[in-house]
Design a protein around this ligand. Structure first.
Ligand SMILES: Cc1ncc(COP(=O)(O)O)c(C=O)c1O
Length: 393
């Protein structure tokens, strides 16, 4: 038999399979109360409106919706995205927007365009595994930066940047996956200053900013104060509409934006035109704002139920993030327990969670776990946390 590994590129030899996708099968077993998912609830998908729009754009606009399109994206959708960015207080033009096949593709294109083997990328401890995977796939070296409840710790960023001379910092300031944390505006300013001091670029990944459940949370992106053009801003429709539509975007400064467009030409010519046509039409009819309200209302109560159940069953034994938005809370056990070693026990008791270790690039975080409130009903969330507490007794 042919040994294909001898044909793999050096980059391919560095590919890392997702350590959490392995848990995906636990999500769909109805006998298991699952906090393990990382996906939005299908109940939030505006399926009726979308099926009507899909039929219409296929029937009436086949020359657009079923045809190849511009690499940068459907022009009216790019305009709509520029308006969305402006509402988030980012000064931007339609020409600066490029639609991507989900923000995951944005991460891959940026990694391909900016990274040589051995280049250093700073990531938060913990960070989104799909982001790390894109950087590892270009043979980058990942260095972790400490976070606390206000976001990235500036002293840690300064120290690690001095030591490692990074090209990029990857950050998710709004309701981070996996931690659910919201970075304060003061910390965002400190991060921008340090980028200028050390000369690195910032990827600001913002798929969760619209999913906020409390008053007074300030989600204003760093990009809104990016005076030196150091921030590459990523957005996505996955969490507010539907991830199956694979529709995200990059907002990048001038020449970098052109280079990313050329990278995208080689990657897929253009993102799916049917997906873009549906999202474009949905936004153009003014349906996005009420949809976002519906999604917030759907998750708000579940989030409160989960936090309340944690207070009842884990007080004194663990800390957890408040998850003022997004889809996750992150639990840190006080004891030095490796949560991964309890997964089998949890499943035997009919409850599933994601151990936090894989989200830490420095091998720490074994006493943490990620819980989503997206999937289960209030009753099952309460029962599930009770069972989880028994697992850690
Ligand atoms: C932080 C973060 N970035 C990017 C993505 C990818 O999203 P999509 O490609 O669906 O836009 C996800 C998905 O869960 C995520 O959590």
């Amino acid at each position: 038999m042919t040994d294909y590994s001898t044909f793999f590129s050096r980059d391919a030899a560095n590919f890392r399979p997702s350590a959490i996708r392995a848990f995906a099968k636990l999500i769909n077993d109805p006998n298991i109360i699952s906090f393990a998912g990382g996906v939005p609830s299908p109940e939030t998908f505006p399926a009726e409106a979308m099926s009507e729009i899909a039929a219409r754009v296929i029937r009436d606009r086949r020359e657009v919706s079923l045809q190849y399109g511009p690499t940068r994206g459907l022009p009216r959708l790019c305009e709509g995205i520029a308006r969305i960015c402006e509402e988030r207080r980012i000064a931007c033009t339609t020409a600066g927007v490029m639609v991507t096949t989900g923000s995951q593709q944005a991460l891959d294109l940026i990694a391909h365009t900016l990274l040589d083997p051995g280049d250093v990328v700073l990531v938060e401890l913990p960070t989104y595994i799909g982001g790390s995977a894109s950087f590892f796939a270009r043979s980058a070296v990942l260095a972790g930066v400490a976070q606390d409840d206000e976001g990235i710790v500036p002293e840690s960023l300064d120290e690690v940047a001095s030591r490692t001379k990074p090209k990029l910092l990857y950050t998710i300031p709004n309701f981070q996956n996996p931690s659910g944390r919201l970075m304060t505006q003061a910390r965002r300013d400190a991060v921008l200053k340090l980028a200028s001091k050390h000369g690195f670029l910032i990827i600001e990944d913002d798929p969760y900013g619209e999913l906020l459940y409390v008053e007074g949370a300030d989600t204003t992106p760093m990009k809104s104060r990016d005076e030196e053009g150091r921030v590459i801003y990523l957005g996505s429709f996955s969490k507010v509409l539907a991830p199956g539509l694979r529709c995200g975007w990059i907002l990048a400064p001038g020449a970098l934006s052109t280079q990313l467009e050329i990278a995208k030409q080689a990657a897929d010519l253009c993102s799916g035109m049917l997906d873009q046509s549906i999202v474009d039409e949905f936004c153009a009819t003014g349906a996005l704002a009420p949809q976002i309200e519906k999604v917030r209302a759907f998750y708000r109560g579940k989030r409160a139920t989960l936090i309340d159940a944690l207070s009842r069953h884990f007080s004194g034994r663990a800390e957890w993030t408040s998850a003022a938005g997004g889809l996750f809370t992150f639990v840190t056990m006080h004891d030095d327990i490796d949560t991964a070693s309890r997964v089998a026990d949890a499943v035997a008791r009919g409850v599933a969670f994601i151990p936090g270790g894989p989200f830490f690039v420095d091998g720490s975080g074994r006493n943490t776990m990620r819980l989503t409130f997206a999937k289960e009903t209030d009753e099952r969330i309460q029962e599930g946390i009770k069972r989880l507490a028994e697992v850690f007794d």
